[in-house]
Design a binder for this molecule. Structure first.
Ligand code: ZN
Length: 246
């Protein structure tokens, strides 16, 4: 198996310069980890049966583990915990403070999309969120700086190891379902906006159907599911901005 065979076409346009640079840096690290029989898919787009699309930065298939990797390129100091619904980013130069959805939740929804497509419980996918810039003040497993990515992946051990046939099988399923050639980034952004507008218009939680409420956060108000903490759906008031890739 040639490893070059396993780089799916990347999504172009509408992404920011930093976004692309970050993903390319991560791709370079992941390419360096490929051994014979391993596979890497970049910029995978999967559609779930609920009709929502998932744009997944990287899926790495190795004998010692299967990884779903989300790349983040925020600069500044990043603060967050595993179960915080939102993380805070503080830029020490501009003194600007902003907040983002906890990227572990975003990656978790990607993991669900992969699980649905692969549909085989003997394959376990590990979620990783990798930051290419910024200082991490985050207390959560699987959230890493790019410098630690290679050792994190190499140190993963699962038994029994996945065989080249397992990897080929999973790769073929994901590749067959990959819509990145069929849908443009622009369309994906529009679909995400449509979804957000639907949520805003109905004020209904897309996960559990309960009403949404507006709460005060550390940095301005945000939508929250009224069943919190039983359901922890949350969304920025101007969430469509977050779909510009950072
Ligand atoms: Zn809910």
């Amino acid at each position: 198996m040639e490893k070059s065979k396993y780089s799916s076409r990347e999504l172009k346009d509408s992404r920011t310069r930093h976004g692309r640079q970050g993903e390319n840096k991560v791709k370079e690290v992941l390419n360096g980890l490929l051994s014979k029989g391993d596979a890497l898919l970049n910029g995978l787009v999967l559609k779930r049966t609920d009709g929502y699309y998932h744009q997944i930065d990287h899926v790495l298939l190795k004998s010692n583990g299967l990884f779903c990797i989300e790349t983040k390129n925020y600069a500044g100091n990043i603060y967050g915990k595993y179960d915080d619904s939102r993380w805070v980013i503080h830029n020490p130069y501009t003194r600007n403070v902003s907040n983002i959805m906890n990227p572990l939740r975003q990656n978790y929804s990607h993991l669900l999309a992969i699980k649905e497509v692969v549909n085989n419980d003997s394959y376990y996918f590990d979620g990783i969120v990798v930051f290419t810039r910024g200082e991490l003040n985050v207390f959560a497993d699987g959230v890493l700086k790019i410098d630690n990515l290679a050792s994190y992946i190499n140190n993963k051990k699962i038994y029994p190891l996945y065989t080249p046939n397992d990897i080929k099988y999973i790769y073929e399923i994901l590749h067959t379902h990959d819509l990145s050639d069929k849908i443009s980034s622009e369309e994906l952004v529009n679909k995400a906006k449509e979804k957000i507008n639907k949520i805003k218009a109905s004020m209904t939680c897309p996960r559990c159907g309960a009403p949404l409420v507006i709460k005060a956060g550390r940095r301005g108000p945000f939508y929250s599911c009224s069943r919190y903490p039983k359901c922890n759906f949350s969304m920025d008031l101007d969430e469509d901005n977050t779909y510009k890739k950072r």
